[in-house]
Design a protein around this ligand. Structure first.
Ligand code: ADP
Ligand code: SF4
Length: 694
């Protein structure tokens, strides 16, 4: 039943070739880190989206042939009959909820190194894709495809499409985006061919057209055939007779596919972090497509607001609202909109931890939704919670992300929950961090949880309540959770990453000092070996406070780990904009008056950086003294009726927000559970067993 008629347009069916999507919520293909090695994990992850109301649910990239082998990154396969059953598990699960299942068939071309299959990669003209990009670097250059290679790739797409149809998929993709093979043919710089597949835009479009037409001939009678295409680069290219090459390509192919799935060209812009991109950031690139084609168009933009979704449709930008991250953070987003429960939507914060999971080669993890990827392994449903085994009352000390999540899930299970925090405002580290430049969306982690907790009758929230061991023993709760967070130290490390003491000198600070309002005297050096966002963002924050700031790190890049979250290039651009000098591969060894003494990590050559003040963004240590005090007095605990004392989140092991939320969730799910299982182990499903010839 639809609560708000303004949103009725979102629940209209949309025809995609011979199939019909039941509504406009379309979970576009996105990486999940799940492959044929964990088919049940994959099926349950996708099923949850269908259950949550997504009318179409897609796979991530599914390789058509061993020459599209992205290992060690995870990807699906449709290489032979052996792969069908594990995909059927997924399509059956999606169909159970009345949704359509889509498969993103994919050939990686020159952007894969075929590290497992050892086949020389395929490309139009032997030009590698992102060959110098750290993290994807390889030392094999691709082959130049001949006529037979072209015919082979098209045949593999057809064979895979036929298998996909057998596996129950309703929509079959052709992939021409993100540097993969179809894209390489479209872009002049990658395609230097002089045959019918190179030269004019029409010729460069031919390969993609043939892939679509062959797929349609094979399965188009009963399956929708979708084209996924990146338009950023093409839109920037002039065309003789059209507004841009993107306009020309879309015109040339306009009604060939049954669906246009339009996107950006590279991960940092396509899956843009909220620190740099607003909701709906793709619109200036993809807004023209619907004006050219009569076929439905789907696109993404981290949409979580139903008003913005409706506006995309009413203004003629999109027909289907694509969601990847929005659906990872809240698989039940469509249902919540339908039922008018907008405040229950767990909005994506745009941190891109999900994409970092793919770069790590593991199943997806999400900061906002601890159940993502754990639906089958741990049996965690994002909206259903086991009833309590006892009437124990739970006291949580610390209302940061870990404490709030533990409290929320324990309360949803039905426990009586108390959260006490020493500060006036619950939210822990987020109270400061969400105020830093670009990180306001991260505040959703606390806002969503605090709002939900405030609605619940079985929850008491006590800000401004510092707790010590005596207070806890007196309170009469049976379950104690210590979620007291961590603190930044002034510890330094050697080039071998061995701790070499603490730089306890005047005008040396940590992010905790900055959080409590210190504005250091300029010039300020931010010395970062945390390597995630904090060093870069503190440097930017201090510039905004009027400081003259430089940045140094022993790593090879500023904020080096943000390569994993697609933020690295944008962070560099921001540091440049803010006139922050960056020195890499350098260790801070000492401070003498207004000089920071640095040493090259490889050559040991000494250098100096002018710095009246230094902010060390390095090692964090747990605030675990309250926990230690409590567990050191077992008799007092049992006298007070306390059954358990646990420590979670940063107080246990300092980490990113995702770790803290997960730890809180895991605690609350495990409370009173008889069997403390780690997780269920998934196994491949095969038809023929090992040893099949490919
Ligand atoms: P996490 O990320 O693990 O949730 P945070 O650092 O964000 O950790 O949050 C820890 C919270 O614990 C902070 O809000 C802090 O004020 C609170 N806290 C720390 N020690 C105590 C204490 N003794 N009593 C009450 N609250 C505490
Ligand atoms: Fe959104 Fe972050 Fe979750 Fe990814 S990990 S879906 S960006 S909240």
């Amino acid at each position: 039943m639809l609560k708000n008629p303004d949103y009725s347009i979102l629940f209209e069916p949309v025809k995609i070739g011979p199939v019909t999507a039941p509504n406009r919520f379309y979970q576009v293909p996105h990486a999940s880190g799940m492959t044929e090695a964990n088919p049940r994990v994959r099926a349950a992850f996708r099923e949850t989206k269908a259950e949550g109301g997504w009318g179409v649910v897609s796979t991530g990239a599914v390789s058509t042939h061993p020459s599209s082998d992205d290992s060690p990154l995870p990807f699906g396969r449709m290489w032979d009959e052996n792969d069908i059953r594990s995909h059927t598990l997924c399509t059956d699960a999606i169909h159970k909820h009345g949704s359509l299942a889509a498969v993103e068939l994919w050939h990686g071309g020159a952007s894969v190194m075929n590290r497992t299959s050892r086949i020389a990669p395929y490309s139009p003209s032997g030009i590698p894709w992102a060959a110098t990009h750290v993290g994807f670097m390889g030392n094999l250059r691709p082959r130049i495809m001949d006529e037979k290679d072209i015919r082979d790739v098209i045949q593999w797409q057809v064979d895979a499409a036929i298998r996909a149809k057998k596996a129950g998929f309703d929509i079959i993709y052709i992939y021409a985006g993100m540097g993969y093979l179809g894209y390489e043919f479209l872009i002049e710089e990658y395609n230097h061919r002089t045959d019918a597949y190179g030269g004019s835009t029409e010729n460069r479009t031919r390969f993609v057209r043939e892939l679509i037409e062959a797929t349609k001939d094979a399965v188009g009678d009963s399956c929708g055939v979708a084209l996924r295409i990146s338009l950023e680069e093409l839109r920037g290219k002039p065309s003789d007779n059209y507004q841009s090459e993107a306009h020309e390509v879309v015109t040339l192919l306009s009604d060939v596919p049954d669906l246009w799935d339009v996107k950006m060209d590279s991960s940092p812009t396509d899956c843009g972090a909220s620190r740099f991109w607003e909701e709906g950031s793709h619109e200036p690139i993809i807004d023209f497509v619907k004006k050219i084609t009569d076929k439905p168009v789907v696109g993404v933009g981290r949409f979580t607001s139903p008003d913005k979704m409706v506006s995309q449709i009413k203004r003629g930008i999109l027909d289907l609202i694509g969601g990847a991250r929005a659906g990872i953070a809240d698989p039940f987003l469509p249902k919540k909109i339908r039922e008018g429960r907008l405040e229950d939507i767990r909005e994506c914060i745009g941190c891109n931890i999900c994409i970092s999971s793919w770069h790590d080669g593991v199943p997806v993890r999400c900061t906002q939704n601890a159940t993502a990827g754990e639906e089958w392994r741990k049996g965690w449903h994002p909206e259903k919670f086991e009833t309590p085994g006892t009437d124990d009352a739970v006291l949580i000390v610390g209302g940061g992300p870990a404490g709030l999540e533990a409290g929320l899930i324990a309360a949803k299970r039905g426990y009586q929950v108390t959260i006490a925090d020493k500060t006036d405002t619950l939210g822990g580290r987020l109270n400061f961090e969400a105020s830093l430049p670009g990180l306001s969306a991260w505040g959703r982690v606390k806002d969503y949880r605090l709002y939900a907790l405030q609605q619940m009758a079985n929850v008491n929230l006590y800000p401004a309540s510092e707790m010590n061991a005596e207070d806890i023993l007196e309170l009469g709760h049976q379950r104690i959770v210590i979620a007291t967070g961590s603190y930044w130290t002034k510890m330094l490390w050697s080039s071998l990453e061995i701790p070499v003491g603490t730089l306890d000198k005047a005008n040396v600070y940590t992010p905790d000092d900055i959080a409590s309002g210190t504005v250091p005297e300029s010039p300020v050096l931010v010395y970062d070996f945390d390597n995630y966002y904090m060093g870069g963002v503190i440097a930017e924050h201090l510039v905004n406070q009027g400081c003259d700031v430089s940045y140094a790190t022993p790593a090879g890049h500023a904020s080096a780990w943000t390569l994993m979250t697609n933020e690295l290039p944008l962070i560099y651009q921001r540091l440049e904009e803010k006139h922050i000098d960056v020195t890499t591969q350098t260790l801070l060894t000492d401070k003498n008056n207004d000089i920071a003494i640095m040493r090259d990590v490889f050559t040991n050559k000494e250098s100096e950086i002018k710095a009246k003040s230094i902010v060390i963004v390095g090692h964090r240590a747990p605030n675990n003294s309250l926990y230690q005090t409590l567990i050191s007095q077992p008799d007092a605990l049992s006298e007070a009726g306390i059954k358990s004392v646990d420590i979670i989140g940063d107080a246990h092991a300092p980490g990113a927000l995702v770790h803290a939320v997960y730890a809180g969730h895991q605690y609350a799910r495990g409370l009173d559970q008889k069997e403390a299982k780690l997780y269920l182990r998934d196994l491949p499903i095969t038809e023929t067993g090992p040893g099949k010839v490919i």
